[in-house]
Design a protein around this ligand. Structure first.
Ligand code: SF4
Ligand code: SF4
Length: 400
C-alpha cells in the first residue's frame, strides 16, 4: 500500500462511535420479535444466514471495523468475501436502531469504501461494472443507442424540447433487460392514458450510480451522480418518477445529501396512487389472482414506502393480497444488491430462492414487486417457480 493511500482520510473514522458501541446483542440476526409468525423465516440478514459465521452479520462487521481501526486486523481474501457479500439491504439497520441510536449500515458502507481506498477493491467482477459505467453509462455493458429501444414508436416527449410536468426516469434494468422493458412500457402507457404531462430522456438518460455507491466505489459514484445532477437539474420539471427502487433512493436521498439536489423524486407507484385517488385513473378489469408483495429494500427500508404498493393492490378488482412472514421493514432481501449478483451469483440465487420459498408458502401463485432489479434476481429461481410481475403491469392490465 502506498504512503499516499495509507494517509488518505479513513472512512471508518466517521463511524467509529457506532462500531465501538455495538453491544453484540446479536438481535440483528433476526426480524423483530413481535413479527415472527414462522420460525423458518425469521432471518433478516441474507449474508449471515447463508455463510453462518458472526463476521457475516452486522455485529461481526462492527467488530471488523474496530479491528481495522485499532490495527489488530489485516485484510485477506476471506475478509473481502465478508465485506462484499453484504447486499446493503438495511435489515440490520432496522433492528439495531430499535436498540438505540446506532447505524450498522453506515459502518458497512464505510468498510467497503475503505477497501477501495486501500486498493483491495474493486473485486474483478465489480471492475466490469465500473468499466461499463465509464464506457456506456450503464452497468450492463449495453450500448447507449439501445437505451431507448423500449419506447420506440410510443411517441413520448423529450423534456428538453417540450414543457412537461414529470420526468419518467426509467433506469438501466427496465430500459435494457429484454424481459423487463415491459415494465417501462406499462408505466408510460398508464401515464399517457391518465393524461399526465411527462417526458423521458431516452438515449441520454444516465445510470443513477446506485450500484457503485452501494458497492463502496464512492469516487466513481460521485462522478456519475454529479453528471446526472447537472442533467436532471437543467430540466424544467416539477417531479421525477422512477421505476427502480435503487434509482429512487439514490435520486431521492443521496443526491440531496451530495449537492442539495431538490427536485421532488417519487417512485412511479406513488404517482399512480395519486392518480387513482384523484380519479384520473380507474381500474375496471378484474384480475383474479392471489398475490404476495415483495418489499424492495431500497423502496421500503431506504425510502419508507410500504403502504402505497399495498393500497394500489387493494384497488385492483379481483386481487387478493397475502403477506409473507417477513414483510415491510422486516422483509428479506432478494439478494441482488450492492453488486452481489454480479460478484457472487450463487449467493444471490440462494437468497432469491429463500424468498421465493417464503412466497410459495403463502399459497400465492404470483409475486408482485416494484423494482426491476429485484424482479430480475427473483426471476432466476427455477424452484419454486412462481409468476413474477411488477405492480404497474397489474395496474396496466386492470385499466382494460
Ligand atoms: S449491530 Fe446492533 S443489533 Fe447487531 S449486535 Fe451490534 S448492537 Fe446488537
Ligand atoms: S445490510 Fe443486510 S446483508 Fe448486510 S449485514 Fe445488514 S442485514 Fe446483513
Amino acid at each position: 500500500m502506498s504512503e499516499l493511500t495509507k494517509n488518505r482520510y479513513d472512512p471508518l473514522l466517521q463511524v467509529q462511535k457506532d462500531a465501538y458501541r455495538c453491544g453484540k446483542c446479536m438481535l440483528c440476526k433476526w426480524i423483530d420479535h413481535n413479527q415472527v409468525t414462522d420460525t423458518a423465516f425469521m432471518n433478516i440478514c441474507p449474508s449471515g444466514a447463508r455463510f453462518r459465521y458472526e463476521a457475516y452479520y452486522a455485529s461481526g462487521r462492527q467488530e471488523i471495523a474496530r479491528g481495522l481501526l485499532d490495527g489488530t486486523l489485516e485484510y485477506n481474501d476471506r475478509l473481502l468475501h465478508v465485506l462484499f457479500t453484504c447486499t446493503g439491504c438495511g435489515g440490520c439497520q432496522v433492528i439495531c436502531s430499535e436498540q438505540g441510536d446506532k447505524n450498522p449500515l453506515k459502518t458497512i458502507v464505510a468498510l467497503k469504501e475503505r477497501a477501495f481506498r486501500d486498493e483491495l477493491a474493486p473485486l474483478p467482477e465489480h471492475q466490469t461494472i465500473i468499466k461499463s459505467m465509464e464506457n456506456y453509462e450503464n452497468p450492463w455493458q449495453q450500448p447507449r443507442v439501445r437505451r431507448d429501444s423500449w419506447m420506440r414508436r410510443m411517441g413520448l416527449k423529450d423534456p428538453r424540447k417540450e414543457k412537461v410536468d414529470v420526468l419518467y426516469f426509467v433506469g438501466c434494468t427496465a430500459a435494457y433487460d429484454p424481459e423487463l422493458k415491459r415494465v417501462a412500457r406499462a408505466t408510460a402507457e398508464i401515464l399517457k392514458r391518465a393524461g399526465v404531462s411527462f417526458g423521458v430522456l431516452g438515449k441520454d438518460e444516465l445510470c443513477c450510480g446506485s450500484t457503485l455507491l452501494r458497492m463502496g466505489d464512492y469516487l466513481s459514484y460521485e462522478r456519475v451522480a454529479r453528471k446526472n445532477i447537472e442533467l436532471l437539474g437543467s430540466l424544467d420539471v416539477g417531479r421525477i418518477a422512477t421505476s427502480c427502487s435503487g434509482c429512487n433512493s439514490v435520486l431521492r436521498e443521496e443526491y440531496r445529501e451530495l449537492t442539495g439536489f431538490d427536485v421532488e423524486v417519487t417512485h412511479s407507484l406513488e404517482l399512480i396512487d395519486e392518480l387513482l385517488k384523484s380519479g384520473d385513473l380507474k381500474l375496471k378489469k378484474k384480475i383474479n389472482k392471489r398475490v404476495t408483495y415483495h418489499d424492495p429494500c431500497h423502496l421500503g427500508r431506504y425510502s419508507g414506502v410500504y403502504d402505497t404498493p399495498r393500497s394500489i393492490l387493494e384497488a385492483i378488482p379481483g386481487i387478493e393480497l397475502v403477506e409473507m412472514p417477513r414483510n415491510r421493514d422486516n422483509a428479506f432481501c432478494c439478494g441482488a444488491g450492492a453488486g452481489v449478483r454480479t460478484a457472487y451469483p450463487e449467493f444471490a440465487l440462494w437468497a432469491a430462492t429463500e424468498r421465493m420459498r417464503e412466497a410459495a408458502g403463502t399459497g400465492a401463485k404470483t409475486v408482485v414487486t416494484a423494482c426491476p432489479f429485484c424482479e430480475q434476481n427473483l426471476g432466476d429461481v427455477k424452484k419454486p417457480r412462481l409468476e413474477l410481475v411488477d405492480i404497474l403491469e397489474l395496474v396496466h392490465q386492470s385499466m382494460g
